[in-house]
Design a binder for this molecule. Structure first.
Ligand code: FE2
Ligand code: FE2
Length: 277
């Protein structure tokens, strides 16, 4: 199958197996410029128990991580984020034109998708060991909802790599420490693996933004390309890991500007929120 058929299957087959379809099945000898871009679908197809829900189960508090059922619950949230990442990566391939026939952008997108599949499997396996199956809790559409506002490849990279994956550097490291604290070393190890992969995913995003930004600074180009209702505050977690961002290739100016950035949305002021709990 070509890369578009692959992404179509991942996005529109309502089974978890299809979401985990092996990218090695892709035949890259295909004229990518002949693909007619699709409009962004209203939502991906999913198994019944993983359809987007308006119910909002609460995320466990730090102290609750001593309880293995609560740790499984946290992993359920993380697994849904991975599934959403797989779906929005597949969507980006289908909805944006491949102007120049240069397949390297498609190839880096699929390489990231493959890592997200690995993360999803790791979370599902660990969750099962802790007594929960993926789909037992209602799942939200947060990333998908933001994806509906994305109008270009530049905006897509600004949103996924430089915002959500950048924030996940902080989150993965933060939860690695919490799992460690409660003696759940297996889960801590998964968070570590996700963190290391996330550095390379942000790096891929930086690579593309640097290719496209022209004379603009990376920070300005990022600001210009953030979709509506998303601010840079979304790209930070409860802690701010400068080193991880520099390792991912974000320049000093970008890392300093982001560190100082604040906005009016309480939901993004996670540090304070976490301390209030
Ligand atoms: Fe991931
Ligand atoms: Fe990622």
């Amino acid at each position: 199958m070509n890369v578009f058929e692959f992404c179509h299957t991942v996005l529109f087959s309502p089974s978890l197996e299809a979401k985990l379809l092996n990218p090695s099945l892709i035949d890259w000898s295909f004229d990518h410029t002949s693909h007619v871009p699709l409009p962004c679908p209203v939502q991906p197809s999913r198994p019944h128990n993983l359809r987007f829900s308006n119910e909002q189960p609460s995320f466990p508090r730090r102290k609750a991580f001593l309880d293995k059922a609560q740790r499984a619950r946290a992993l359920h949230f993380f697994a849904n984020h991975e599934l959403l990442a797989i779906e929005i990566l597949a969507t980006s391939v289908l909805i944006f034109p491949c102007f120049d026939g240069d397949e390297s952008f498609l190839k880096t997108t699929i390489a990231t998708l493959k890592d997200e599949q690995k993360h999803l499997k790791l979370y599902c396996t660990r969750m099962k060991e802790l007594g929960m199956s993926f789909g037992e809790l209602p799942v939200n559409d947060f990333f998908w909802d933001k994806m509906l506002k994305v109008e270009s490849r530049d905006q897509f990279i600004a949103l996924l790599s430089l915002t959500f994956e950048s924030a996940n550097l902080d989150f993965a490291s933060y939860y690695e420490a919490i799992f460690h604290e409660v003696g759940d070393f297996k889960s801590a190890e998964i968070m570590r693996e996700v963190y290391l992969d996330e550095i390379s995913h942000v790096k891929t995003g930086v690579h593309w933004m640097n290719r496209w930004r022209g004379e603009d600074s990376l920070w300005n180009y990022y600001l210009k390309n953030l979709p509506e209702f998303v601010t840079p505050a979304r790209s930070k977690g409860m802690t701010y890991l400068k080193e991880a961002r520099l390792k991912a290739g974000l320049d000093e100016d970008f890392v300093a500007q982001l560190e100082q950035y604040t906005d009016e949305f309480r939901v993004t002021r996670r540090r304070q929120w976490d301390q209030e709990k």
